[in-house]
Structures are given as C-alpha cells and as structure tokens.
Design a protein around this ligand. Structure first.
Ligand SMILES: *Cc1c(COP(=O)(O)O)cnc(C)c1O
Length: 452
C-alpha cells in the first residue's frame, strides 16, 4: 500500500502499511501479541539472523502490528523507512545512536520540549555525546556552533511550548553545507501540517504519544528516514558506512542503500538498546492515526479561535500562537505549516506566577496534565512542572517563563473552551486590578461538569 505514493494524505492515513491479514483476511491490522515467530527451518533462521532475508525473528526487533504503523508513518512523512520506539524520548536516542560515538556532538535549537533540553544537556553526556543549544533564528550562531565533531543538527517544527516555527529550509541548508543530517522533531506539527523531509530534513522524530495517537492512551515514538542522505560521502558515519563486526563485516549503507539507516536502527538499535514499541501501543496509534487530518483541522480551528479571544483579554500579556498576526513567526506559517500553526501555544499573564497557578486550579474543562496533543484541552504551568529542572535562563529561552502557561487546545466546542478560560481567568485575577473585567465577546455558555 505505501508502495503507492500517489494516494492522498487522507487515504494513506487509513491504508498505508496495512494489508488484509494473510492468514485470516482480517481487515483491521491484528494485534500480533507474540514475542517470537516460528522459523521455517534452520536455513531460514540463519538467513534472517544474517540479515540476508527480511522477516520476523523476535518482537524486540520487529512485530507485524508495529511494522504496519512504522510503514504508515513513513508514508505520511514521505520517508523511505521508519522505526517505532517505546516513547518520543526513546526515538530521540534511537535517532542519534547510529550517528554518534563518544566525543561527538549535535547542534540543536534551544527552543525545545523541556524533557529534550534535559536529555540533551545532561543525559547524553553519559554516553560521551554533547549538545550545543543555539537560537535557530541566528543562522550565524547555528553555523558557528558546528565543528568537525558535529554529527547532526536538531530542531522542532513547531517548538514546544512557545509556538515558535522553525525555518526548516534554512536549517536544512546549513546541515547540508556541513555534510550532516538535519533531524526534525515533528511531534507538534504532525505530517498533516508539515512534512520536514520536503524541506530538506534527513530524519524526522515523533512522540506518537501526542497527536498521532490523539487520545492520550499510549506512549510511543518513531524515527523516519528520508533515505536521501549519503552516509558514505565522508568518514563521519562509520556505523553506516564501515564494516559492522556484529554482522560479519556487513556495511549497512553499501548493502541496504536507501534503507541503511532504518535497517541499522532495527538490527543494531532496537536489538541492543531494546527501546521497542509494544503491539498494543501500535494498535492504539494505528486507530488514532486514521483520523489525523480531520483532528488536526479541528485542533487548528479551535486553537485559532481561542488564541484570538485570549489575545484580547485584559489579563493577558501575550499569546504566542503563530497563527496570530501579532506573532513574530506568522510569516513562517505559509511556508512551513500552511494548513495551520498547530494547537499548542503559551499565554503570559500580566499578574505573574501566582495568577498562573490560580488559573490552572480554577479551570474545569481543561485538565492540568503533563501531556499535549490529546482530544481533550490540556494546560500546564511549565515553569513549575515540565520545565522545572531548567535554569531561569533556559526557561525563558524555551518560552516557559514563570508567568506563562502552556495550552494544548483539544477538540471540544470552541465556545466551551473559551467559557472555561473566561471563568478561570476571572478567578485568577488579583482583586482590585482591572484585569478581572470580562473580555468583550466572552461566550456565556455554561461549562458542562466535565471536570477532570
Ligand atoms: C512529548 C514530546 C517528546 C517526548 O516524547 P515522549 O513520548 O513523552 O517520550 C519529545 N518532543 C516533543 C516535541 C514532545 O512533545
């Protein structure tokens, strides 16, 4: 199915990677709840273990349900191949693993998911890897940070949490000139709003936990390879270009060509890191992904309405939604995310940290959780939660200052979302300050008792 690249997005999100089950004809992708697969005979087993034949050995490496999802995500991202992982963070480690050895570094945007800042600034150092975080709007700084030990450039399409949109084409050009791959975390845009490979990215990573699943049920991640990078053009990527001792001196790039990176990620990455997605998780994500385009359109519509309303509210200092004309990134929407700037943005309140805490505690329809990309509207005060481990400067750089809350706008009625924010902002207002006035156009719809 994914062989047919002519199908439109709506068709691919339902069909790519799925074929009627050869044993039963089952139309939906079955949950292959098995750890192992019977070899036809000893020769078959040997061929599989030598990577001479593609097939199923053990579910740490591959599983048919997970494989269907990987193929679907690859098709939606216009990639050559993909690997699913146990979480978005696992996907990031998996993405770097074939590229890195001790002493090597990556250059990354400083506008990142809070957990990624921590992963890059602290945890990867234990592998002997390093990361330099820079402002990706300063192209000179990005170029200047790349040295002979740099093995990748990393950024997010729509940066979490600040609603910043990265100029992916500019990043791809710099990566290309340096002979290194551009890795784009496309979690908050999804392939419906942006396909980074079309802007020159080599690898795309996802937390499938978010919009791809879309209902807050399962953790997962994915790494998609464009198949376009020449791993043998320099001596920078020996894992892909040089003989692999664990496979009798096989050279991944020479043997698997466009699929070298994907095969390496399965045969070495999943085999030895064990960051495998389980088939139940793949099933939930396959269900969710079938409606991705429909959901993203509604997420964007709702986010636009809510952001416009919030921007006019007297208690609000700033709304960072790139879909708003006031956003410094508004001009990039047309180029990078023409179908809309996503549904994740931050709101700065004039009354600071305490007002944010009160707002979060007063909301009824919104859930206060450390997640995003759910059908439900979600809120979090980043400075006291997800971005808590960061220094004050890192918090501000990541768009998570103390007076800022992050909203992930869900699929409820926009009027209900706005009414909930209206009543909570009123409660959060400091008494005596004029910020408590009801903003013009506030709907009076009663909030349902959907307190979560
Ligand atoms: C959530 C998230 C991650 C991490 O994904 P997990 O599935 O939670 O491990 C990485 N990047 C972005 C942009 C995210 O939103």
């Amino acid at each position: 199915m994914s062989e047919n690249w002519e199908y439109g997005f709506d068709t691919l999100q339902i069909h790519a990677g799925a074929r009627p089950d050869p044993a039963t004809g089952a139309r939906q992708v079955p949950i292959y709840q098995t750890t192992a697969y019977v070899f036809r005979d000893a020769d078959h087993a040997a061929a599989l273990f030598n990577l001479q034949e593609v097939g199923y050995i053990y579910s740490r490496l591959t599983n048919p349900t997970v494989a269907a999802l990987a193929e679907r995500i690859a098709a939606l991202e216009t990639g050559e191949g993909a690997v699913c992982c146990s979480s978005g963070h696992a996907a990031q480690i998996m993405a770097l693993f074939p590229l890195m050895t001790p002493g090597k570094n990556i250059v990354s945007s400083n506008r990142l998911y809070g957990g990624t800042v921590t992963q890059f600034s602290n945890t990867i150092k234990r592998f002997g890897w390093d990361a330099t975080l820079v402002d990706t709007d300063n192209l000179g700084a990005v170029k200047g940070a790349i040295d002979e030990d740099t093995r990748a450039l990393f950024c997010e399409t729509i940066a979490n949490p600040g609603g910043y949109i990265t100029d992916l084409d500019a990043m791809a050009k710099i990566a290309d000139e340096a002979g290194i791959p551009l890795i784009v975390d496309n979690t908050t845009a999804t392939p419906y709003l942006c396909r980074p490979i079309e802007h020159g990215a080599t690898l795309v990573v996802h937390s499938t936990t978010k919009y791809l699943t879309g209902n807050g049920t399962v953790m997962g991640g994915a790494v998609v390879d464009s198949g376009d990078f020449d791993w043998s053009a320099s001596d920078k990527f020996p894992s892909l270009s040089q003989p692999e001792p664990a496979y009798h001196g096989l050279k991944f790039h020479e043997t698997f060509e466009h699929l070298a990176y994907t095969f390496h990620s399965i045969a070495i990455g999943l085999r030895d890191l064990g960051t495998t997605m389980n088939p139940q998780a793949a099933h939930y994500t396959l269900m969710g992904i079938e409606t991705l385009s429909l959901r993203m359109d509604r997420h964007v519509q709702n986010a636009m309405k809510v952001a416009e309303w919030l921007e006019k509210h007297p208690a609000v200092e700033e709304v960072t939604y790139a879909g708003l004309k006031s956003s410094p990134w508004f001009d990039r929407v047309e180029k990078i995310v023409p179908r809309g700037a996503g549904a994740l943005f931050t709101v700065a309140l004039k009354d600071g940290f305490d007002a944010c805490v009160k707002l979060v505690d007063s909301l009824e329809l919104f859930s206060h959780v450390a997640n995003l990309g759910d059908a439900r509207s979600l809120i979090i005060h980043s400075a006291s939660t997800t971005h808590r481990q960061l220094t004050a400067e890192q918090q501000v750089a990541a768009g998570a200052a103390p007076n800022v809350v992050r909203l992930s706008i869900g699929l409820e009625d926009a009027d209900d979302i706005i009414a909930d924010l209206a009543q909570a902002l009123e409660k959060a207002a400091v008494p005596g300050k004029p910020t408590s006035t009801r903003a013009p156009g506030t709907p009076t719809t009663a909030i349902s008792s959907a307190k979560s």
